[in-house]
Design a protein around this ligand. Structure first.
Ligand SMILES: Cc1ncc(COP(=O)(O)O)c(C=O)c1O
Length: 371
C-alpha cells in the first residue's frame, strides 16, 4: 500500500514519470561495477549523446540533481580569476553567477527582464572583452523564456549551457550550436525521477577540480572503459535504470517529433489559459515550450488557487520566484505532461477555480491540439 498521494505533476518539475520508467527503477539493484550494469551505463551514455545532439565522448549522468551538473561545470571548466559572462534573466542565471563567484571567477552579468530572452548581441559584446567563458540558461524555468543559442559560440573561449528544462522538450543540438559543455536534469522533459544530472563536455578542456565529488577526471574514470571503470562512488544504479528507460522512450518517439509535440502542447495550453484570463509572460518567439508562465489576473490569490488544485484536484502547478512571486503561475509542459488528457484536467480544474468559461477554454485547447 502506498502512502504517497496520486498527483498530476504539471509544475516546474518533477514531471509525470511513466509506469515503464517506474518499473525500470524497481528492477533489482545490482553492483555498480557489475558487467550487466556497465551495459546499462553504456546504453544510457549513448542515448544521452543523441539527446544532447553531441559526439562528446564525455557524456554521462552526474550522480546528483541538476545543481550537481552546474557544480561539475563550474569546478572543472572555470579557474579562479577567469572572466565569465553570465546571462541573467531569471533565477537560474542568478544561481550560476553565485556559483561562479564562489569559485573565484571574475563574473560579468548581462542582466535582462525576467520573462524575456537576452539579445544575443548584448551577450556577444560583453564577452568580446576577453572572456574565458559565456554561460547562458537555455530554458529559464523561473520565467518560461528560452534563450537562443545560435550566434553565441566563439564569443568567448567556452560556451556553457544550462539545459535542465529544455533537454528532450525544446529544440536543442549542443554540437550544432557549438556549446562546449552543458548540464541538464532528469525530472523535466525526460520524465525520470530527480537525482541525476545529464552532463556533456568537449574533450580537452577540463581543468583540475577543487572538489572531490565533482572531479570530472575521477568520475569519468568510472564512467568510461578507457578510465578502467575504477570505483569513484557508488552510482545510484536504480536511477540509471530509470533514466535509460526514459531515454528509450524519448528516442522511440524521436527528438524532432517530441520537440514538435511540446511546441503544440504549449501553444494549445496558452490558448486555453488565455480564455481564462491568464496571459503568457514570454512574448511570442521567446517562449520555452516545456514551461508556460502566465500572469495572474488582479485580485486572484494565486497561492490559494495552487493549494486548492493540489489538495482538492490532485494537480500540482508552480508559483513564481523572485520578482515574479505572487504575480505569475508556472505550468509544466514536460514529456508526458505535454499531452491533451493531463492538460484537459488542468484546464477544467483551473476554469472552476477561477470561475472562467470551462467549455470555451477546453475548445481552445482542443483546437490547439488539432491545429
Ligand atoms: C534551469 C534550471 N537549472 C538548474 C536547476 C537545478 O536543478 P535541481 O533542482 O535538479 O538541482 C533547475 C531546477 O529546476 C532548473 O530549472
Amino acid at each position: 500500500m502506498s502512502d504517497i498521494p496520486d498527483r498530476l505533476l504539471l509544475g516546474s518539475g518533477p514531471s509525470p514519470v511513466p509506469r515503464r520508467v517506474l518499473d525500470a527503477l524497481a528492477q533489482p539493484t545490482i553492483g555498480h561495477l557489475d558487467p550487466a550494469f556497465v551495459e546499462v551505463m553504456e546504453e544510457c551514455a549513448a542515448l544521452l549523446r543523441s539527446t544532447f545532439g553531441t559526439q562528446n565522448p564525455v557524456t554521462f549522468p552526474v550522480s546528483a540533481t541538476g545543481s550537481g551538473g552546474m557544480q561539475t561545470m563550474v569546478d572543472n571548466l572555470i579557474e579562479p580569476g577567469d572572466r565569465v559572462v553570465v546571462g541573467v534573466a531569471g533565477l537560474f542565471g542568478v544561481r550560476m553567477a553565485d556559483a561562479l563567484r564562489r569559485r573565484g571567477a571574475d563574473v560579468v552579468t548581462v542582466e535582462g527582464e525576467w520573462g524575456r530572452a537576452l539579445p544575443v548581441e548584448r551577450l556577444v559584446d560583453a564577452a568580446a572583452a576577453g572572456a574565458r567563458a559565456l554561460f547562458v540558461v537555455h530554458g529559464e524555468t523561473s520565467t518560461g523564456a528560452c534563450q537562443p543559442l545560435e550566434g553565441l559560440a566563439g564569443a568567448a573561449e567556452l560556451l556553457l549551457v544550462d539545459c535542465v528544462t529544455s533537454l528532450g522538450g525544446h529544440s536543442l543540438n549542443i554540437d550544432a550550436v557549438g556549446a562546449d559543455a552543458a548540464f541538464a536534469g532528469t525530472q523535466k522533459c525526460l520524465n525520470a525521477p530527480p537525482g541525476l544530472a545529464p552532463f556533456t563536455v568537449r574533450d580537452g578542456i577540463v581543468k583540475d577540480s577543487p572538489s572531490w565529488y565533482f572531479d570530472l577526471a575521477a568520475v569519468v574514470g568510472y564512467w568510461s572503459a578507457e578510465g578502467g571503470r575504477s570505483y569513484h562512488h557508488t552510482a545510484p544504479v536504480n536511477l540509471v535504470y530509470a533514466l535509460r528507460e526514459a531515454l528509450r522512450i524519448v528516442h522511440e518517439e524521436g527528438l524532432e517529433a517530441r520537440w514538435a509535440r511540446h511546441a503544440r502542447a504549449h501553444a494549445a495550453l496558452r490558448d486555453a489559459l488565455r480564455v481564462l484570463g491568464l496571459e503568457r509572460l514570454a512574448p511570442e518567439g521567446e517562449q520555452l515550450n516545456p514551461l508556460l508562465a502566465v500572469r495572474v489576473p488582479d485580485g486572484v490569490d494565486e497561492a490559494a488557487v495552487r493549494t486548492a488544485l493540489l489538495l482538492e484536484d490532485g494537480i500540482e502547478i508552480a508559483g513564481a520566484l523572485g520578482p515574479l512571486a505572487g504575480k505569475v503561475l508556472r505550468v509544466g509542459v514536460m514529456g508526458e505532461g505535454a499531452r491533451p488528457e493531463p492538460q484537459e484536467r488542468l484546464v477544467t480544474a483551473l476554469a472552476r477555480r477561477l470561475g472562467g468559461d470551462e467549455r470555451a477554454a477546453l475548445d481552445a485547447l482542443a483546437a490547439g491540439w488539432s491545429a
